[in-house]
Design a protein around this ligand. Structure first.
Ligand code: SF4
Length: 354
């Protein structure tokens, strides 16, 4: 039995043709799966009975199972631990913010990148998620919040999206297919630690989505300390790749900079950051570090964060301070799964004390 959600649209068309059905049946099935969020073939009422019988005997349609969820009292974000793609536990978050409702998706189970500031990095890498495991996160949240319009998607959950390149690209194609979920690609952001060859590849993929680079250091020594991937792709190579991205896609990049006390938050580093990014069309998201258990890293004082921001602003940089959503519900990626697996139950409000 094949899971229909593992097929691209053109593969589904081929299937339908092999069943001697008109090709528009593929669009109908696609719409049931991705617009109406239906997994029961019997509910696909515009398909002839014979085709439904055929489908039931040859295919199945996956869905995510909710293991636990936790709502933030401070900012209305909700974090989900979902079972997808053959019992893999991954995290996804719904983050309301004014008129925007953003879903943060995971692309891998665990992560091999080992960033020092990240709970997922601490748990290590298990495996890549298939496309259905990615899309089912989105559909599960959509099902729970039927009256909420999902406006944005970010690939900033567990895993490095560009290390699972083909499956993430396939997921973006499903998210943006006008006959399916139908999101604007401009509302989808892929966040990367900077896998340089994949940045060039993604720029030429023609997806139309946005790219965010997790930078976090203004020189290779600091960045490599926080992000081991910097040994393979140092800052100079990264910025060349980003300049190409901007040129090819004609889309500005986003730079993410996690501010960590005493490591990368000095005002000299703010000046260095401006120098480094000179001439690059980008906005800079400043993200005060969200403490994780087992780490000595600390968040800077608010005054330090604001002074850092002010220097960027003086250099005419757009640099909003973005506090992590759901700080009271372990919303930094990887924390919910870690707590759930340690306790095997719903979260306490403060994961550090769980
Ligand atoms: S920050 Fe992202 S890339 Fe780095 S370890 Fe965490 S999940 Fe992996």
């Amino acid at each position: 039995m094949i899971n229909l959600k593992t097929l691209s649209k053109s593969e589904l068309v081929q299937y339908v043709i092999s069943w001697k059905q008109p090709t528009y049946r593929a669009s109908q099935i696609w719409a049931w799966m991705y617009q109406k969020n239906v997994t029961d073939v019997d509910l696909m009422t515009n398909l002839p009975t014979q085709l439904r019988q055929k489908l039931k005997s040859e295919v199945w349609i996956s869905q995510a199972n909710l293991k636990t969820q936790s709502e933030s009292k401070s900012d209305q974000s909700t974090k989900f631990l979902l079972e997808v793609a053959n019992s893999e536990s991954v995290e996804a978050v719904l983050m309301p913010d004014g008129n925007r409702n953003t879903i943060c998706l995971s692309s891998q189970v665990g992560c091999a990148m080992n960033c020092a500031f990240c709970a997922t990095g601490q748990m290590g890498f298990f495996r890549n998620l298939p496309v259905d495991g990615i899309i089912d996160q989105f559909l599960a949240i959509k099902k729970q919040f039927l009256t909420t319009q999902i406006t944005n998607v970010v690939f900033m959950g567990m895993g490095e999206p560009l290390a699972n390149y083909q499956q993430v690209v396939s997921a973006v194609r499903i998210l943006t297919d006008p006959d399916g979920i139908g999101m604007s690609p401009k509302r989808i952001t892929i966040s990367t630690v900077g896998l340089v060859p994949r940045i060039y590849q993604l720029a030429r993929e023609g997806l139309g989505c946005k790219l965010a680079l997790s930078l976090n250091g203004t020189n290779d020594k600091i960045r490599a300390k926080l992000m081991p991937i910097n040994h393979s792709y140092p800052i100079g190579q990264l910025l060349s790749a980003l300049r190409s991205w901007v040129e090819i896609t004609q889309t500005p990049a986003t730079i993410e900079y996690v501010l960590i006390k005493g490591i990368n938050d000095s005002l000299t580093e703010a000046e260095d950051l401006c120098r480094l990014l000179k001439g690059l069309r980008c906005k800079i998201n400043l993200i005060p570090f969200n403490p994780i258990s087992g780490s000595d890293l600390r968040r800077p004082e608010v005054s330090q964060i604001e002074e850092f921001r002010d220097i960027l602003t003086q250099h005419h940089r757009v640099a909003p301070i973005r506090y992590s959503k759901g700080r009271d519900i372990a919303a930094a990626c990887g924390q919910l799964r870690t707590v759930y697996e340690k306790t095997g139950k719903r979260l306490s409000p403060n994961p550090q004390k769980a």
